[in-house]
Design a protein around this ligand. Structure first.
Ligand code: GP9
Ligand code: MN
Length: 639
């Protein structure tokens, strides 16, 4: 016994036991998906890193008895945290996040089902605690071992090296893991449950402090700005043309406008959507921009539902999933609509399960509402064709009128597709991402066409309007060389880069007959006011930054989250003001020395300035609303 103790200090033994246990729980009791070897490795390493980090702190206690006490209580508390998460997971397939735990409905759910969530063999989770408890008690009574100063420092340094190594691997596996924070499961699998809890606490604390300092005094100024700029009381000609109809909203993953009415290898990429651009019942907005940032799909959802801007860092779905809003689903709900989202992915992704409640969505049909098999999945999960097929069945059962948002998945990076689903060949360039994008976009086009047919068969079509919107770009600037080759350009300029942020927006109103291609500058921020107007729902007291796309009197610019903007005549990005029609920068450096044209150029150079200032102001107001959770001070029911 004596020998054993000297060979292996108890904190190391505790680390090993606790680490193995945590790993077993991660691997076999939570259903964490592992996509590659690297993820397996990280998942194996992080339990030991976290355990060592905490247990190694014991060496700083002078007294042996204290060291031992620290070890046994740490093992106990750590195990209780794991166990609480496990029980929670069995009920919600999600990890605990503080606000979620304290949400009354969740607590009640847990309370009523707690007995079914506890299993007899769970007791085994406490085996190492009991063992460590026993050993620590024995060792407390034995001779005192003090760690030397260098030993202590070594243990601490070791902790940080291990932690840094773990974070480094995690960041390599998932770039921007910490800033984007897209999924609790990703966080847990990459940095472990304990570090995840610390991260969650810090994020919540930050949001809470910013909220505490807001008292609603900021609102009058923002309201005044909105009154002045959004012309929100105006009704367009199309007000109420879709009154009482269902809204079927297709969030088309990574669909960009450059593929519409375009070809690859001589083949049309989106034959169905191309037909829609010429369809009498459809409006197609060809200069419609996505306005998303790090929150990607979730940002696009946020903008569409609220007509607010996303945040410049992180996903607002995650960082402010507890805020109050006055979102479109909530407004629709008050007007007799049943609201839902259909998306075959795990519910916690982008914190949707929580955020959707805040947006007033009645039901979220996630992965578990679908039959997902190996054969009908690829890449991120259920393929779009079976997704739409199964979704039609869900839609048929919904109470009408409904608002249903369907989020597609197949056309997601890295654009994987089985041979049997490929109708066109990939492109040929140095970027396999761009090459493979075309066949998956075609697959999505076919799946939407098939969905239209299914809607017609099911009888839902006539009573619905169908909106199709690209959520954000799928091809990033990293592929600009290949992109310039495809577009037949020498290079992709910053101007082109902004033009590539256009995503399609189709508004299809069966039987309408007066549709067409709309060329005005527009963006995701305009969707909420546009749809509400089409449905004949007055919403003039809302705070939002978009305009009805069918109104003639609209704000003159679309702002992107980084401060770039597009107006009818200009575009501003990268500190440069461009002529929107020609794509040429205004007031080139060379012209500056030309004394005759100098004044004229200076004037032109300033055309972007007033809009630039307004964009900054507007983005700031939107941020204030979110950071201060200012909607909590407004009561839209009263007015
Ligand atoms: C995930 C899907 C894709 O559920 O919406 O998200 P993205 O990576 O595009 O933000
Ligand atoms: Mn997306």
């Amino acid at each position: 016994m004596e020998l054993k103790r000297k060979n292996i200090p108890l904190f190391v033994l505790a680390t090993l036991l606790f680490g193995i246990k945590t790993y077993i729980v991660y691997r076999f009791m939570f259903s964490i998906e592992l996509e590659n070897i690297m993820q397996e490795v990280i998942l194996f390493i992080n339990p030991f890193v976290s355990a060592f980090l905490v247990f190694a702190l014991s060496v700083w206690f002078k007294k042996q008895t204290r060291q031992m006490k620290f070890l046994r209580y740490t093992a106990l508390v750590g195990t209780l945290i794991i166990y609480a998460n496990l029980v929670f997971y069995r009920s919600f397939t999600d990890f605990i996040t503080l606000p979620q735990l304290f949400q009354a409905s969740n607590a009640a759910d847990l309370g009523s089902s707690i007995l079914t969530l506890i299993k007899p063999f769970d007791i085994l989770l406490f085996a190492d605690v009991i063992f460590i408890w026993y050993l620590s008690k024995r060792r407390s009574e034995q001779e005192i071992v003090r760690y030397s100063k260098s030993g202590k420092v070594f243990a601490l340094a070791m902790s940080f090296v291990l932690l840094a190594g773990n974070f480094f691997l995690a960041e390599m596996e998932r770039p921007q893991l910490f800033t984007r924070a897209f999924d609790r499961e990703y966080l847990v699998k990459n940095i472990g449950l304990f570090n995840y809890h610390i991260y969650d606490l810090a994020t919540q604390a930050k949001a809470k402090t910013q909220r505490v300092f807001a008292d609603g005094n900021e609102l009058p100024e923002i309201q005044e700005y909105v009154d002045e700029n959004m012309k929100r009381n105006e009704k367009s000609e199309l007000f109420g043309v879709a009154k009482g109809k269902n809204v079927i909203f297709i969030n088309a993953e990574s669909l960009q406008s450059f593929v519409i009415n375009n070809k690859v290898n001589g083949e049309p990429i989106t034959p169905f959507l191309n037909r829609l651009t010429k369809d009498k019942d459809t409006f197609y907005f060809e200069n419609f921009y996505h306005q998303t940032e790090q929150g990607k799909t979730s940002d696009s959802e946020f903008i569409v539902e609220n007509s607010l801007y996303p945040l410049s860092r992180g996903a607002v779905f995650f960082t402010h999933g507890q805020n109050e809003f006055n979102a479109m689903p909530e407004i629709l709900g008050k007007n007799g609509y049943y609201t839902s989202v259909l998306h075959a992915n795990n519910k916690s992704f982008w914190n949707r399960d929580q955020m959707y409640q805040r947006l007033g969505i009645d039901h979220y049909y996630g992965e578990e509402s679908y039959e997902v098999t190996e054969e009908n999945s690829i890449g991120w999960g259920l393929k779009d064709k079976p997704f739409f097929e199964q979704s039609t069945k869900i839609l048929q059962k919904l109470q009408q009128p409904f608002y249903a948002k369907l989020i597609t998945l197949t056309n997601h990076f890295p654009f994987e597709l089985g041979e049997e689903d490929k109708s066109i060949e990939p492109y040929n360039s140095n970027s396999s991402t761009l090459n493979n994008y075309f066949p998956t976009v075609r697959y999505m086009d076919e799946s939407i066409e098939q969905f239209f047919n299914q809607l017609k068969k099911s009888g839902l079509y006539e009573n619905s309007i169908i909106v199709i919107m690209g959520d954000h770009n799928g091809i990033s600037a990293n592929h600009n060389r290949a992109m310039s080759q495809y577009l037949g350009k020498e290079e992709i300029t910053p101007y082109d880069q902004i033009q590539l942020q256009r995503v399609p927006l189709f508004v299809h109103i069966p039987g309408y007959g007066k549709g067409g291609v709309k060329s005005e500058v527009s963006g995701q921020i305009d969707v909420k006011p546009t749809l509400l107007n089409l449905l004949g729902i007055k919403n003039s007291d809302d705070i939002q930054f978009g305009n009805d796309l069918f109104s003639n009197n609209r704000k003159e610019f679309i702002a992107l989250r980084d401060g770039s903007f597009i107006s009818e005549d200009h575009m501003y990005t990268n500190n440069t003001c461009y002529d929107r029609k020609t794509g040429e920068p205004i007031a080139e450096e060379d012209n500056k020395n030309d004394s005759t044209g100098k004044e004229e150029n200076e004037k032109e150079k300033q055309v972007c300035d007033p809009i630039r200032e307004q964009v900054e102001k507007e983005l700031g107001y939107s941020d204030d609303l979110i950071y201060g959770d200012l909607f909590r001070f407004l009561d839209f029911d009263k007015k």
